[in-house]
Design a protein around this ligand. Structure first.
Ligand code: ADP
Ligand code: ZN
Ligand code: ZN
Length: 823
């Protein structure tokens, strides 16, 4: 028998795949994409993923054996691996990093595999070391990790292996404890009931048990007994539901060997739901856009739809998905996590019924495993598997076997980029790669496309389709610029409201219309300050001031979670006068209540949406008009669709416009248009008040005119001049250490080294806006890369630079992260 070796990916940030010997018993069974348990290092066990198989071992290296094969079928497909490889190379990360990001938590196990006795332990002689292991396992020490800890130096890998080989113990995957398939009791005829005659004889014997007989008749009726082609079992719950029969009656039938009960796996996910609605007919403009998209796809694999808010892009997506499903292929519909509300989920489920699965991080790990498996299932059993996935960024990694279409809605959204940990990928860009690898079409959609995507569309890399009419034919809202400085000077402000906004709000409330107010700070006030000496409380772990939360009477750090009670007096000078500074959503809610007596005010931010259904509830209350005014952070900008919102207020546009980042203008424009888009979607034209202290700022005028193309053009001039994306590429390097001197030294050395490459512009090192987070100092180096340079060579050069710096002994405890295309 030839030998066999598996190259496996470990869930660790390691660059290489590691080779293990495959025991003969699994030679016929093992395939890439299956998980195996392996030992790595002296002490740890992991569920690793088989990446490839070979017949020769690496030379001069002793290979360990695979301990256990965990899956009968691959859980990751070769198409997935193609994406992983591409990502690892592009984002300078490891396959292990991607493994950890890609698989649902229930399919990972890290050193916690359970060891169980098989019941054979009496039959075999065991050595001293094996005996020690068995002794522990008998005492219910169940994980490999604990076993190793308990035994210390007495732990022997070869003893463990020998016990496994002789089937005295076995390793169970951890998902058995994390992921338990849900089962239900089902009923069928006992195998002895082979014909109607036999059944009739049995019924005779029931003569005196009238109720049992009645139950048996009901059972026969429900399972269509002996009718060919009909289902021949029923769940116990369904049989006994609503009827006057008890479980003990049923047990009678089971004891008499007429009916047999068995356990069957059922889904946790609501599967009963069938398609409930047909597709909406598209309006004329949507129809035309759909045709244009399809034309684009003839020439170009990627299309961008630039459709104003409430133009009905979602309807177009649904029609495209429908066509892909009819052709027998799968579709992936990506949305930012936060936009995955019941509003959109309902719309898809109504049309596609049980063909659609939803995948996001609020699901528990069991549900995520089930959805993963149902996507896998499509390959072998298309009727049962999922054909459409609506999901957040990590749905990119799902095991699609026949992908035909990838949609990225709200493609401009920043949250498609993963910041930390690696892989620091952009899901929109990866969706394009995924689509291309699978010969699928890719549609990006937004009312305010990212400047990168719009640039790609204008330069012909992507097809471009415009949709400029709202479905209801209502015009985009009117934008009113309100001068904060003037209102302050004239003392016309009511709390945070300019007279313009206050007036429109009163009018809206009189007309029984609703209002959304946007402020991008949560909490009560962004900081507090001693009135006498100017003291400002700061986080002890991070370089930021603490945010005051009035309801909890605490000062919180929004970076690390550190919090202290609000001090009754200044710790520096003893003054009792500590003033709140600036406005968070909580304070605005507080101050608005007395201004609008009897009006229902709600707040939507991270603090009010922590509990499981809170978000949904806030949305419901707005839909049913229980809420009149909604105050919120970024959350209110994401694709929400309400009929009766007529006024939107942006309380302070200045902190958006003045943000120190090369994307500040792009972001400010996007955010303001997206919030504005919540106004006047269905009935009449809405109004948006943008409050600013710099009404003369050029961007403010562009916002007022809602002129996306002009905003884009203006920015492109600047980007070209300063060599910013999309004209140049950025790679950001982040050096981290708890000691600022180390950070300074290492970042300095690294920047000097990189500057030797004259093709590349090196900016920094510089401390970012928040220079310390959770005790770690950060320093950034930005590399500007000419698009004509071969990116692969640049990355190799950078990686070598990092290696060189890191090899110095005094630098070894520094962390250096690479972020390609930082957001
Ligand atoms: P967008 O995603 O472009 O902001 P939506 O797809 O959410 O817009 O559509 C806005 C509203 O108009 C939704 O309430 C949607 O149900 C409705 N709508 C859009 N197109 C149609 C259509 N063809 N038929 C019926 N309703 C539509
Ligand atoms: Zn003080
Ligand atoms: Zn902190």
């Amino acid at each position: 028998m030839p030998e066999m070796f598996a190259q496996v990916i470990l869930p660790l940030p390691l660059h290489d795949a590691f080779t293990y010997r495959v025991p003969e018993q699994w030679h016929g069974q093992i395939r890439p994409g299956q998980r195996v348990v392996v030992q790595f290092g002296a002490k740890k066990f992991y569920a690793a993923l088989v990446f490839s198989l070979s017949q020769s071992a690496p030379q001069n290296i002793e290979t360990k054996e695979i301990i256990q094969l965990l899956d009968e079928e691959p859980v990751v497909l070769h198409q997935n691996f193609e994406l992983w490889k591409w990502m690892a190379s592009y984002y300078c990360c490891t396959l292990g990093d991607i493994f950890r990001a890609a698989l649902p938590p229930g399919l990972k196990l890290e050193s916690k595999s359970k060891i169980m006795l098989t019941g054979n332990e009496e039959e075999h002689p065991v050595s001293e070391k094996e005996f020690r292991i068995l002794e522990q396992v008998k005492q219910d020490v169940s994980s490999l990790e604990i076993l190793q800890k308990k035994l210390g130096n007495n732990f022997s890998y070869s003893a463990l292996k020998s016990l496994l080989d002789r089937n005295i113990i076995r390793v169970e995957e951890k998902i058995n404890s994390k992921y338990k398939p849900k089962t239900e009791t089902y009923l069928k005829f006992h195998p002895q009931i082979t014909s109607e005659e036999v059944l009739e004889q049995k019924i005779e014997t029931l003569q005196r048990a009238k109720k049992q007989e009645a139950l048996l008749f009901l059972f026969c009726e429900k399972i269509h007994a002996f009718q060919p082609g009909q289902k021949s079992f029923i769940s116990k719950k369904e049989l006994l539901k609503g009827a006057e029969f008890s479980a003990s009656l049923l047990n009678g039938l089971i004891n008499k060997k007429i009916v047999k009960s068995f356990q069957q796996q059922v889904s946790r996910i609501d599967e009963k739901r069938e398609k409930q609605a047909d597709l909406n007919l598209l309006n004329r403009h949507q129809q035309q856009a759909l045709e244009e998209i399809k034309n684009c796809f003839e020439k170009n694999q990627v299309a961008l739809i630039h459709g104003i808010t409430a133009s009905g892009k979602t309807e177009i997506y649904i029609h495209l998905i429908d066509e892909v499903l009819k052709s027998g292929r799968q579709a992936l519909y990506l949305l930012p996590e936060i936009a995955l509300t019941t509003q959109i989920i309902e719309r898809l489920k109504n049309v596609f019924g049980s063909k659609v699965g939803i995948y996001h991080s609020r699901l528990n790990s069991q549900e995520r495993v089930e959805i993963w498996k149902k996507v896998l299932q499509f390959q072998t059993n298309p009727q049962q598997g999922y054909q459409v996935i609506l999901g957040a960024r990590s749905a990119l990694f799902m095991p699609f076997s026949k992908l035909g279409l990838v949609i990225v809605d709200e493609e401009h959204e920043n949250s498609f980029k993963q910041f930390d940990p690696a892989p620091r990928y952009h899901a929109r860009d990866m969706a394009v790669v995924l689509g291309k690898q699978n010969s699928a079409h890719i549609l990006l959609g937004s009312a305010t496309p990212s400047y990168e995507s719009f640039f790609n569309a204008l330069t012909g890399k992507y097809g471009l389709v415009n949709l400029t009419k709202r479905h209801s034919n209502v015009e985009l809202p009117e934008i009113i610029i309100a001068d904060l400085k003037r209102a302050w000077k004239k003392k016309q402000m009511r709390s945070v409201l300019t007279p313009e906004l206050f007036g429109l709000m009163e009018e809206a409330l009189q007309n029984k219309e609703q209002i959304i107010l946007f402020q991008n700070r949560r909490g009560y006030s962004p900081f507090v300050q001693c009135f006498t000496c100017g003291w400002i409380p700061r986080c002890k772990n991070c370089e930021v001031s603490l945010t005051y939360h009035k309801y909890k009477k605490r000062l919180n750090c929004h970076y690390c979670g550190f919090s202290i009670a609000m001090p009754p007096e200044c710790p520096e000078c003893g003054s009792p006068e500590i003033k709140t500074r600036g406005f968070g959503t909580e304070k605005i809610e507080d101050e608005l209540k007395p201004l609008f007596p009897g009006v229902q005010i709600a707040r939507m931010d991270l603090d009010t949406t922590r509990s499981k259904n809170a978000f949904e509830k806030i949305i419901k209350n707005l839909e049913t008009k229980k809420t009149d005014i909604l105050i919120g952070t970024q959350m209110v900008t994401k694709g929400l669709d309400f009929e009766h919102v007529s006024v939107v207020g942006i309380l302070n546009a200045d902190n958006l416009i003045n943000f120190p980042d090369f994307r500040a203008h792009e972001r400010a424009y996007q955010l303001i248009s997206q919030v504005s888009g919540r106004a006047g979607r269905k009935h009449s034209r809405g109004k948006v008040v943008v409050q600013t202290a710099q009404p003369e700022h050029p961007l403010v005028e562009i916002i007022r005119r809602q002129d996306y193309t002009n905003a884009f053009r203006e920015q492109m001039k600047e980007r070209q001049l300063f060599k910013y994306p999309p004209y140049y590429r950025f790679i950001k390097l982040i050096v981290k250490h708890k000691n600022p001197e180390n950070v300074n030294r290492v970042a300095g050395q690294l920047a000097d080294l990189l500057r030797r490459n004259r093709n590349m512009k090196v900016l920094g090192p510089e401390f970012p806006l928040v220079s310390r987070i959770q005790l770690w100092y950060h320093k950034e180096i930005w590399l500007k890369i000419d698009p004509l340079l071969p990116l692969d060579e640049v990355k190799i050069f950078v990686a070598q630079g990092i290696e060189t710096v890191r090899r110095l002994k005094e630098n070894s405890s520094c962390i250096i992260n690479i972020d390609v295309d930082p957001a």
